[in-house]
Design a protein around this ligand. Structure first.
Ligand SMILES: Cc1cc2nc3c(=O)[nH]c(=O)nc-3n(C[C@H](O)[C@H](O)[C@H](O)COP(=O)(O)OP(=O)(O)OC[C@H]3O[C@@H](n4cnc5c(N)ncnc54)[C@H](O)[C@@H]3O)c2cc1C
Length: 333
């Protein structure tokens, strides 16, 4: 067994029977077919993975593909990037080149290949806004295929990959960026931060600087304090449900989207007094109630107990069922 505990940012014990590193797309073609009938888990940066069973009796695949190819067509820039490219480094590389698109998504941990899995998003921008195409290994068809963004069924923290959890291995992602300024600074406090620091909203790198400083002030660094970012998704409810809750809790933060309304899960948890609440080695972060941290001694049972407390309190007070955001290996409840 290989000890892979340090591959995940939550640092729960994780042993696997075998690990295969894939360094190129060609490498994938020759080695994948024989793995089709074996339990598999793809692990990139491990920042959205909660391991609840310490022993995984299968193969961990690590797509370390470092491909990077640029095609410029007029003002559009198409960038094909290997699954193993660290996401934040990629964002900074595109901003240094002066291309707009990824600035609001700065400082999200993880690798390129995982970004389409939950359609990463922050500050009003999601991967789907810039994803053009993906190259995949399809374990069902036993072949490399390409899908365009419109075939990926992207939604809020959702994609075709969530619907078919073990079917695909992302090999490369082609992003569409622009040489034209297209700042999106109305979300959250980005424009205030730009002004406070004398930064320029017409420069993608400056927007990223503002985003980075906001994130650093709000979120624990996973390299220092083990965590997986937001532990729960924001509930999306029909507007009449949100209206009923708003009558009772007028200060509840909501984001309207047609007949649906997204409710800030962090606020729901925070209002119940969970910030700083500890069970064994796990605790609700004292700055951001949506984040659960491990002090290094936490066990899967501690995490189960803390999560069950949060879920039952949220259900009892607001009548809402929160969904867990990260992928789970093993049972959380
Ligand atoms: C401090 C912190 C802040 C965060 N902030 C945000 C945020 O603002 N927005 C956001 O959306 N997320 C956020 N996250 C969550 C996380 O960073 C993202 O989901 C990221 O894309 C995960 O990348 P990873 O490489 O670490 O994925 P992993 O944790 O390794 O894997 C996540 C899932 O994707 C699958 N997977 C990974 N790579 C591949 C591949 N190549 N092919 C097929 N399946 C694959 C895995 O099997 C697993 O199911 C945050 C996490 C932390 C710790």
């Amino acid at each position: 067994m290989f000890d892979l505990t340090d591959l995940t940012t939550l640092k729960l014990p994780f042993m696997a029977k075998s690990v295969i590193k894939l360094s190129s797309v060609e490498n994938v073609c020759v080695s994948m077919q024989e793995l089709c009938s074996i339990p598999r888990l793809v692990v990139g940066g491990g920042s959205n993975l909660v391991v609840l069973e310490p022993k995984f009796d299968g193969i961990v695949l690590r797509p370390e593909i470092q491909y990077y190819e640029v095609t410029e067509i007029g003002n559009d820039v198409y960038l094909e990037v290997g699954a193993g490219h660290p996401w934040h480094k990629l964002v900074m590389r595109t901003l240094d080149a002066g291309w707009f698109g990824l600035e609001n998504l700065a400082l999200i941990p993880g690798w390129m290949g995982a970004a389409p899995i939950q359609n990463i998003g922050a500050y009003g921008v999601e991967l789907k806004d810039h994803c053009h195409r993906v190259k995949l290994y399809d374990f069902e068809e036993q072949a490399i295929i390409e899908l365009s963004a419109c075939e990926l069924n992207f939604g809020y923290r959702h994609s075709v990959f969530k619907e078919n959890p073990d079917r695909f291995l992302v090999l490369t992602v082609t992003l569409r960026l622009s040489k034209h300024a297209a700042p999106r600074v109305s979300y959250g406090v980005i424009s205030e931060e730009l002004e406070r620091r004398g930064l320029d909203a017409e420069k993608p790198l400056d927007i990223a600087r503002a985003v980075i400083s906001i994130r650093q002030s709000k979120l624990p660094d996973p390299d220092i304090t083990p965590n997986v970012g937001s532990f729960f998704k924001n509930p999306v409810v029909r507007s009449e449900v949100a209206d009923r809750l708003l009558d009772e809790f007028p200060e509840m933060p909501v984001y309207f989207d047609g007949e649906y309304t997204k409710i800030a899960a962090g606020w729901l948890i925070d209002r119940l007094g969970f910030r700083g609440r500890q069970v064994g080695g796990f605790a609700v972060n004292d700055r951001q109630a949506l984040v659960i941290t491990n002090d290094g001694t936490g066990t899967a049972d501690d995490l189960r107990e803390l999560v069950a407390l949060i879920l039952s309190s949220v259900k009892a007070t607001y009548g809402l069922s929160l969904a867990v955001e990260p992928t789970q290996l093993g049972q959380l409840n």
